[in-house]
Design a protein around this ligand. Structure first.
Ligand SMILES: Cc1cc2nc3c(=O)[nH]c(=O)nc-3n(C[C@H](O)[C@H](O)[C@H](O)COP(=O)(O)O)c2cc1C
Length: 242
């Protein structure tokens, strides 16, 4: 058995990695991570998720395609009138994906999202209100932060939230397994704006919808990897007695 204190310390030491070395991660290691992911519990043991492993040329093609589209989308968000018009006439850049990314955060959760953004951008010296610099950092999502492997996680639409929940349990096991091997990971909601860029490269079975990506690789010693997002005290998410 693992000492609980050591286990807690291990869990707490996992942090999202947002800058990777180009050092490759071998296919057999990725298979081991997936195998560890599959030790997670699952709804009737259905494992209603699938993973597409993008490395090498496939990874590069998806990244290049997403980057091209992201540049046009960014133009719409923070660019000139001409950039906005270009976006409207570039349907490939429209973020029409399997799941909506546009949903607003519930009011009570907004402060948490704002806080992490403020602190992350603060650490890397992006001034408040500098939309261009923020977009430049956001754009790195489409380089998968330099990771040599990007995993795309799909969940079966017919099991709804249960499939998404199972995919999350799988992914967390996988990310912890990577962490145990000294590898870094970053879950990436940003990587699913254009599911067709992924589908073109893989035979994704019918009914599976793209949920998020996970960048996997060797962390660099860039400042951004020292970021420590706030961890809430248990009381903040514990429901009070009526
Ligand atoms: C489903 C999911 C999607 C995420 N999407 C992104 C993303 O697109 N880009 C990014 O930089 N971080 C992304 N993150 C990482 C979160 O910002 C990060 O997990 C959170 O701030 C807590 O930090 P930690 O992972 O270092 O503990 C995502 C995390 C999850 C679970």
């Amino acid at each position: 058995m693992i000492n609980p204190k050591d286990f807690s310390a291990f869990l707490a030491s996992r942090r999202s990695t947002r800058d990777f070395l180009p050092t490759p991660v071998e296919a057999n290691v990725i298979e081991e991570l997936i195998t560890d992911g599959l030790t997670a519990p699952s709804w009737s043991n259905t494992r209603p998720y699938m993973v597409a492993v993008a490395s090498g040329e496939v990874r590069d093609r998806i990244s290049a395609d997403m980057l091209r589209r992201a540049v046009v989308l960014t133009g719409f968000r923070v660019g000139s009138l001409a950039d906005k018009i270009k976006f409207l006439f570039t349907p490939k850049a429209w973020p029409i994906s399997d799941h909506s990314m546009i949903a607003a955060y519930p009011v009570e959760l907004q402060p948490r999202a704002r806080k992490v953004g403020k602190e992350l951008y603060g650490l890397i010296g992006v001034p408040r209100g500098d939309k261009q610099a923020r977009e430049a950092q956001w754009m790195k999502n489409y380089e998968f932060f330099g990771a040599p492997v990007e995993l795309f996680i799909f969940a079966h639409k017919d099991l709804g939230v249960h499939a998404a929940n199972d995919a999350g349990l799988f992914s967390q096991n996988l990310m912890l397994s990577a962490h145990a091997r000294g590898l870094g990971t970053c879950a990436q909601g940003a990587a699913v704006l254009w599911a067709d860029a992924v589908r073109r490269e893989f035979k994704v079975p019918k009914g599976y919808k793209l949920l998020y990506g996970i960048a996997v690789g060797h962390p660099s010693d860039a400042l951004i990897n020292s970021f420590g997002a706030e961890r809430l005290p248990a009381a903040d998410i514990t429901v009070l007695k009526a």
